[in-house]
Design a binder for this molecule. Sequence first.
Ligand code: SF4
Ligand code: SF4
Length: 700
Amino acid sequence: MTAVAVALAARRALWLYRLAMAGQPAPERVAYAKDNAGAELKAQLVEVFGQRKLLKWTASGTAHFFVMWAFFILLTVYIEAYGALIQGGITGTPDFHIPLIGTWAVLGFLQDFIAAAALLGLVAFAVIRAKNSPKTLGRDSRFSGSHLGGAWLVLIMIFNVIWTMFLYRGAAINTGAFPYEGGAFVSEATAALLRPLGAGANQALEHVGLLLHIGVMLIFLVIVLNSKHLHIFTAPLNVLFSRRPDGNGAAQPMRSAGKLLDFEEADPDTDVFGRGKIEDTTWKGFLDFYTCTECGRCQSQCPAWNTDKPLSPKMLILDQRDHAFKIAPYLMASESERENLPEDVLALAGKPLVGEDGVIHPDVLWSCTNCGACVEQCPVDIEHIDHILDMRRYQVMIESSFPSEAGVMLKNLENKGNPWGMSEMKRAEWIEELDFEVPMVEDKMPEDAEYLFWVGCAGALEDRAKKTTKAVAELLHIAGVKFAVLGPMEACTGDPARRLGMEFVFSMLAQQNIETLNDAGVKKIVATCPHCFNTLANEYPQLGGQYEVVHHTQLLAHLVEEGKLTPITPIDEKITYHDPCFLGRHNKVYAQPRDIMAKVPGVRTQEMHRCKDRGFCCGAGGARMWMEERIGKRINTERVDEALTTDPDRVSTACPFCLVMLGDAISEKKNAGEAKESLEVVDVAQLLIRSIKGEPAPTP
Ligand code: SF4
Ligand code: SF4
């Protein structure tokens, strides 16, 4: 039986390997893992063995922690079981023990403890699943869309592993074949229950229990390799080959056959442009498919899913996985073999990956705000945004199929270097509203300037965001920080183009900016827009632009800490802070904006329920700022509804796009009489300058 189960498991493992290899190569993943062995080892210890992400969800995380460790520790019980089986077969006395440690009471205790804890874990899982059943909660259940039958089967199989273990060990104590003299407290309790049955019955139960224990494990092994519990084996690999610190931050450059795509030479007929078919996915993408546990944590945090849009990051992964499995014979066949495949497989293989009748509906693809909540929450490091961006790239660059409104933004970026199509000369107009000089880079950075202040398109051209720009400039001026701006020489970083999938326009803008920055000799940059910040800090290095980049909240918090900025005038207001996704989740800047507010006298802060790494998006990221939101509730309205539950005097944030999105939703609420007239959304820099200068509260 062992040989059959192992053969079936090996055949399935080989099938999965061949299927993944039918995808695109990803040499950069292997190279990174090799070059960062220390970081990868730490990730294995923290993510896999320490279950860091799972433990953020206390009840289910703790349950999973014990069940996962049971898999490791109970391997020793299986060594004992096989040893007893073989030794019993040879000598007639199955009193095998593991050499050196096999009679140690601590090991006996550990085995029983972890099995009992796993049993409690199973009860917790069952309760969690029952309480969160999609049958009662519908879309609100994180298990909505998951394969529920398989999950219950696995819980039952783990239960079978545990009760058969205690049966065989309890009986073994009574027959004298048990290796431990103490410590195995549950086995001893079971032995006490079985003892009255007599020696013969205990001997029979020991044999039956042993065979059942091994048999259950072998059946379970085959089930695991054919179910979502495949993650038991693939999760450590997926963590090993994932991006560090995670799949947020930089969008990845485009690759074809594992090589970076050079747009000067790339040929859409021979090169892979994003993902147009499932086989354009890299083997790492396939590993993501195999590793999804269907836990639905990503889905529960997704702003699109939570506002009744069709996108679920979980289903995005599962739909691709199911499609890949269905057409696996096609993917693994040679050209000549494909002709002989069944009609249904060939028909499915021809199904578009994205399309009205495709595997992924366009409304799913275009609903994503790139907020990173899915990536942040996924306990097995699945990189949803990479999947989404690759599909968008194909749709935009090959199919020219994307929401038409975004086309205007793309044209404006190409022609004017900003999404609104305004003249570049307008980029410096905000400076005229200040009562001090702001040096502008001509060819080179002024010698005494420490920072280049990257103003960003919104910061230079959008009225509400301009207030932040002026506040930051004033604060730097007060603190004595020397800075300069590029003015008309600054162009959009390319973030909206890249997040839409138009890598070509991103590349064009990025190269232009990098040339400007490098020619000017820029070393340090401060940016107010988290999207610019993310692109400059994390994505420009991909194209040779290496700078020390800080967000304005980081620099201002530092200046306050150093005593170079001293907020004095009390602001007697209750303020709730909204974490911008590209500042928080994508770049882990959570503390500094809060530190600044904490230093302003009189400010009373209250967190929204969804904050910090679980912060809820404003709806603008992923180029959604330039698309209509036609499906479900507006994301910015959902966020403002949440902000209103804290009854704030003001909502603060640290991103020009959040400022606009939340501001729009607040205006609608005011018009509907659902928010007080004085409520406004402001950047934390505006709060700080107000306290430092003793200015009155801004009027809406
Ligand atoms: S990035 Fe945000 S919007 Fe996109 S799928 Fe993930 S959670 Fe949903
Ligand atoms: S993608 Fe990750 S978070 Fe989402 S269901 Fe799968 S394992 Fe869970």
